[in-house]
Design a protein around this ligand. Structure first.
Ligand SMILES: C[S@@+](CC[C@H](N)C(=O)[O-])C[C@H]1O[C@@H](n2cnc3c(N)ncnc32)[C@H](O)[C@@H]1O
Length: 207
């Protein structure tokens, strides 16, 4: 049974799949390409990557799939159906990644572009432990976490109801360490969304 807060996220992205892309394309100074490069420069061709919250598969899944074997996960049927159409070279799973059960040590890397700020706080530690288990020893995690001290925010966003949740960076760092990760790179990186400036906590970490 999917957590009701995650159901809000699922219904929300089902409703705004196209609008989200239009909104996202207006973001200025999105550092995703640089951080993605920080990950991919450490991976061999053909490495297996699990992408959590792949959305419509553009641009990240598409670019990753040019060099790597990518499995994208998203809970939104609308998002994942667009991803399947946009990225023929990747595999996709429609699932709640906080409840996903996968064989251990299957992936060389896990990537999450702007999806973990939708994970309810009480589910994040368990998710980090799962990610750790899905990675091979030495495997890499790249993720953009939220930065605000937000237990739970449900409200209107892009014309739908959306749920967000995040920890301050120190707490996120502690949780990553508790899950067993070694932080390789860890920065608050700003960008400009249409509504104003926002920081994300980008992390590159190693199992
Ligand atoms: C802000 S969008 C980002 C999409 C894409 N990564 C990008 O950067 O454009 C967040 C995505 O994460 C997905 N998502 C959030 N929580 C999820 C969960 N628990 N399980 C699976 N997908 C989830 C949403 O459905 C949505 O497609």
């Amino acid at each position: 049974m999917t957590d009701p807060r995650t159901q809000v996220v699922e219904r929300g992205y089902d409703a705004i799949s196209d609008r989200f892309l239009e909104w996202r394309d207006q973001i200025v100074d999105d550092p995703r390409r640089e951080w993605s490069g920080a990950l991919t420069s450490r991976l061999a061709d053909g490495a297996r990557i699990l992408e959590l919250g792949c959305g419509a598969g553009v641009p990240d899944t598409f670019l990753l799939a040019e060099r790597f074997r990518v499995t994208g996960v998203d809970i939104s049927e609308e998002q994942i159906s667009r991803a399947r159409a946009n990225v023929l070279e990747a595999d996709f799973i429609r699932a709640d990644f906080t409840a996903l059960e996968l064989e251990p040590a299957q992936f060389d890397a896990v990537a999450a572009f702007y999806s973990l700020n939708h994970v309810p706080r009480d589910l994040l530690a368990g998710l980090l432990e799962s990610i750790y288990s899905w990675l091979v020893p030495g495997g890499l995690l790249l993720a953009a976490f939220g930065t605000s001290d937000t237990e739970s925010w449900t409200g209107e966003w892009l014309g739908t109801t959306m749920f967000f949740s995040s920890f301050p960076p120190d707490t996120t760092r502690r949780m990553l360490s508790s899950a067993g990760f070694e932080l390789l790179r860890d920065e608050l990186t700003p960008m400009r969304e249409p509504e104003g400036d926002v920081d994300f906590h980008w992390v590159l970490a190693r199992r």
